[in-house]
Design a protein around this ligand. Structure first.
Ligand code: GDP
Length: 433
């Protein structure tokens, strides 16, 4: 069967930890979209790792870790990460890279950086990892599928020249920098294709066999619903779909194989980059939550920039879960809220004087004011608790209040960064219970 682990919100919900935990029972873990722009933080017996390109199953020796065709594959970052984990004592993982994955080229990163600088204050908050230029080229049909790298030099040179013609017009005339070094690019391709050669495979064929053999496959999403290019807060979105449904395309499997969709949602909100964030907190309150948040504060895994933080948003999360097709909600980082006397929860948006619980399109979202309900805090640590009944009453009430407002079953509660910090819970909303 195929399970997906995806985000309900703006990313950074704790998907890495949940994937790492579920990878225990998975034969295959696969990244199906996105690139090195986002990161998962995983804490386990080998240490604490920020994974940007590697699937989260790399710490499990029997798991096959796959880079699916939907990914923006950054070869230098991938090689560095592989070295970092093995240098830190993690045994060499099993890896397969799709022969159809497209490669992040050096000029994609360059264009991302140049465009962010040109837009200055009006930028989209890109991590400058080349993601938007990469996906633009993919759909403009001037991208590079990894298999193309293994063609003869004549073919490679011809394609490089064809691409340089377009790119140079912008580099020279718009950005006023040097044109593409075509010979250098050919050398890069030569170098990169040798580095990844041992790992290339026909992923969709491999998965077809794996599913026929009854193996468990885990699709690992990046970011969350709010960053989806269609259903998110366009244009402050990413360039590939973080929805579970896209896992079918980004991995090459039939959509009906995806049986379980675990949507991860954090017990408070956080977001990086620009864009509407209705329940955002500011000032001292924000600073304290940011400092206490996650594992060691809410700071970006890729960029280190402080994340914006806020109260839990039921309107965004209900929508986020719906678009993912959620079968289970994993409610994470609940332990962090133990310091609060009272906790606010956003239960509606007021837009032009009317209150709604349905997530609006972006221009209306920008006008939305949060409608809060205030719940009492539990004022104690919940670290180490393994049974739902052992959580303080106010803590359970918080979970149940949110479950009722989002309308999807919270079947896992995470109360710490480690794999073991998990509480399974029966929900009356579960279809399987
Ligand atoms: P991801 O991109 O969705 O995987 O999320 P991040 O890795 O950016 O952020 C999650 C952070 O919270 C990481 O530092 C995790 O180790 C940490 N984390 C995950 N679950 C929990 C939890 O239940 N409690 C605490 N305190 N930290 C958690």
């Amino acid at each position: 069967m195929v399970k997906a682990v995806v985000g309900a919100n703006w990313g950074d919900e704790g998907k890495g930890k949940i994937t790492d935990m579920l990878a225990d029972q998975a034969d295959v873990v696969i990244r199906f979209q996105g690139g090195a722009n986002a990161g998962h933080t995983i804490k386990n017996k080998y240490g604490k790792f920020a994974l940007h390109t590697m699937p989260s199953g790399v710490f499990h020796q029997n798991t096959m870790n796959i880079i699916g065709n939907g990914v923006a594959f950054d070869i230098p970052k991938f090689m560095k990460e592989l070295k970092d984990i093995t240098d830190n004592g993690v045994p060499m993982p099993k890896i397969m890279i799709s022969d159809r994955v497209q490669v992040m080229m050096p000029y994609h990163v360059l264009f991302d950086t140049l465009e962010e600088a040109r837009l200055a204050g009006k930028s989209f908050g890109s991590t400058k990892s080349g993601i938007a230029p990469f996906y633009s080229d993919k759909f403009a049909k001037i991208g590079w599928q990894l298999n193309e790298f293994y063609q003869d030099d004549d073919v490679l040179k011809e394609k490089i020249a064809r691409i340089a013609e377009i790119k140079d017009a912008l580099l020279v005339n718009l950005y006023h920098v040097e044109p593409i070094d075509q010979a250098g690019l050919l050398n890069t391709i030569h170098e990169w294709r040798e580095q990844v050669k041992p790992y290339i495979g026909n992923v969709s064929l491999y998965l077809d066999k794996a599913l026929k053999e009854g193996k468990t496959v885990l699709l690992e999403g990046q970011l969350g619903t709010m960053k989806d290019p269609d259903h998110g807060i366009y244009p402050m979105v990413t360039s590939s779909s973080p929805l579970a449904a896209y896992g079918a395309i980004g991995a090459g499997i039939p959509p009906y194989e995806i049986k379980q969709i675990v949507t991860v949602s954090k017990a408070y909100s956080s977001a990086v980059g620009a864009g509407a964030f209705t329940s955002e907190l500011f000032g001292d309150e924000a600073e304290e939550l940011r400092r206490r948040g996650g594992d060691g504060g809410e700071y970006g895994a890729t960029t280190g920039r402080p994340r914006r933080v806020g109260w839990y948003d039921c309107v965004a999360s209900k929508y986020g879960c719906r678009l993912q097709g959620t079968t289970d909600v994993a409610f994470t980082v609940l332990d962090v809220l133990g310091y609060l006397d009272e906790i606010k929860v956003c239960v509606g948006y007021e837009i032009d004087g009317e209150v709604t619980t349905e997530f609006p399109v972006t221009y209306l979202l920008e006008k939305a004011k949060p409608v809060y309900e205030t719940l009492p805090g539990w004022k104690c640590s919940i670290d180490g608790i393994r049974k739902y009944e052992d959580l303080p009453e106010n803590c359970r009430k918080y979970v149940e209040f949110i479950e009722e407002h989002i309308g999807y079953p919270i079947t896992m509660v995470s109360n710490g960064p480690a794999r073991e910090d998990i509480i399974y819970r029966k929900s009356k909303l579960s279809k399987t219970v």
